[in-house]
Ligand binder design. Structure first.
Ligand code: CTP
Length: 442
């Protein structure tokens, strides 16, 4: 019996796939199809799949062409499989010519001509075509529109069509209403003081919004915006790139599954050191202060892990001289029922940008810069019990954020990564900062 094996993602199974499977099967008597797992696809930069592994496997099974379907989960697995299943022929489409010659040591390698004119990417792009308008200006180091546009290229189904952007590198500048009216969705990265009005206008107009965090500077406004989104059948999503990275997502889940016992403290630090003294007054007004720029990401870690129900909050801040609320350093401390938390953020001071989640049995340690990490450790008293976790990260999480936004628009649900309660709690801390009652100037 001649055994043939082939691999692929097979998202939204199309006739190009079927033709390949039929020809692969005709090369022998028994066909094994390896379908890539969702995690493995992410590590190879395939982030756009519409269907889950289970759905893709079911579609392959339904063709009746494959004798056996397996999941492909790691680099190097092909060699393992060829040995394990006693494979005689490895077949793959001609888009991979040369790439799998190394398997020739284990079995025969055959490249089959690819069917012209069809691909999963094309089908995905046709299925959803979201016209994205860009709103914003330079000012935040974290939220450059240029970076966003670069990352957008990796996402199927969304395209930037116009912009109201004061920033180098974007050629066109139209007014807000014109951009809104010709878009299905807006990416808003304007100064946080403009978010509420801009988001409100967009939602009333029936336009979806992905807004750089914080969504607004008060809890009430934030709640109102989510209600508006619901009333107008729109997605309102918080653009906090860290939330969309696999490493962060997984560490929050691990923390919640009791791997480090009961959580007693979450401590997150984000700092950048700028020469703020050279800023002119209007530049200060256009720039994001520390609490709005770095605060939300650190707060995300606190609220995702400990929830939003804290009992007390205290804020200490150091202002840039002669400004009313431009903080160069801020520390926020939270008291929960059974835990505490703190965030330390700065644009005019420097510290170690790490995240530590302390538990009764161990701690999760994310080294600097934790907000764009691909790596973390769970550490215990007995060092030999320590565990290391690595998850490929591309584009600082921005491209995953856009994929999540596109999916949210298609599925009509966007609160999977960042719950509305977390968005509201972040806005609530901004509000406390600007109200000043709980703020101590240092
Ligand atoms: N394939 C093919 N003809 C096509 C598309 C794919 O022969 N028009 C083959 C590929 O060469 C591969 C298998 O089908 O051997 C699975 O390919 P996959 O990457 O899952 O499909 P694509 O449509 O190429 O997906 P994408 O657009 O996401 O890259």
């Amino acid at each position: 019996m001649t055994k043939v094996i082939t691999y692929g993602t097979y998202d939204l199974l199309h006739y190009g796939h079927i033709r390949l499977l039929e020809r692969a099967k005709a090369l022998g008597d028994y066909l094994i199809v390896g379908v890539t797992s969702d995690d493995y696809d992410k590590t190879r930069g395939k982030i756009n799949n519409k269907q889950s592994l289970m759905e893709r496997v079911a579609a392959i099974r339904a063709t009746g062409i494959a004798d056996e379907v397996i999941a492909e989960e790691y680099d190097g697995q092909k060699i393992d499989d060829i040995r394990k299943y006693g494979v005689d022929i490895f077949a793959i489409g001609s888009d991979w010519i040369g790439k799998f010659d190394y398997l020739g040591e284990y079995c025969k390698v055959i490249y089959l001509p690819r069917t012209e004119g069809i691909s999963s990417s094309e089908i995905r792009a046709k299925q959803s075509h979201i016209r994205l308008g860009l709103i914003g200006e330079a000012g935040s180091e974290l939220t450059s529109i240029d970076k966003f546009v670069r990352e957008l290229k990796y996402v199927n189904g969304a395209e930037a069509i116009c912009a109201n952007v004061k920033n180098e590198g974007i050629a066109f500048e139209e007014d807000f209403d014109a951009v809104m009216d010709s878009s299905d969705a807006l990416y808003i990265a304007s100064h946080p003081t403009k978010h509420y009005d801009q988001i409100k206008k967009a939602l009333i107009n029936g336009t979806h919004v992905l807004c750089e965090t914080p969504i607004s500077l008060s809890k009430e406004e934030c709640s109102e915006l989510f209600e508006l989104a619901e009333a107008h059948n729109c997605i309102l999503m918080e653009g906090a790139k860290t939330a969309y990275t696999t490493a962060f997502e997984r560490l929050v889940l691990l923390a919640k599954t009791g791997k480090i016992g009961e959580i007693v403290s979450v401590d997150a630090t984000c700092t950048s050191q700028k020469n703020l003294k050279s800023y002119k007054e209007n530049e200060i007004n256009n720039n994001w202060n520390t609490i709005t720029e770095w605060g939300p990401l650190t707060l995300l870690a606190v609220f995702q892990v400990l929830g939003c129900d804290y009992k007390d909050i205290r804020i200490e801040t150091k202002l840039l001289p002669e400004t009313k609320d431009f903080d160069i350093f801020t520390r926020v401390s939270f008291i929960y029922d059974k835990a505490v938390a703190s965030i330390k953020v700065a644009k005019g001071a420097k510290s170690e940008g790490e995240l530590v989640i302390t538990g009764t049995e161990g701690y999760i340690y994310v080294p600097a810069p934790w907000w764009k990490t691909d790596y973390f450790e769970i550490r215990y008293e007995n060092q030999s019990d320590n565990k290391r976790y690595f998850y490929q990260l591309e584009g600082e999480g921005i491209r995953y954020e856009i994929v999540a936004f596109v999916k949210a628009i298609e599925n009509g649900n966007g609160s999977f990564y960042i719950g509305q309660d977390v968005s509201k709690a972040i806005a609530g801390v901004m509000e406390e900062y600007y109200k000043g009652k709980k703020v101590l100037l240092i």
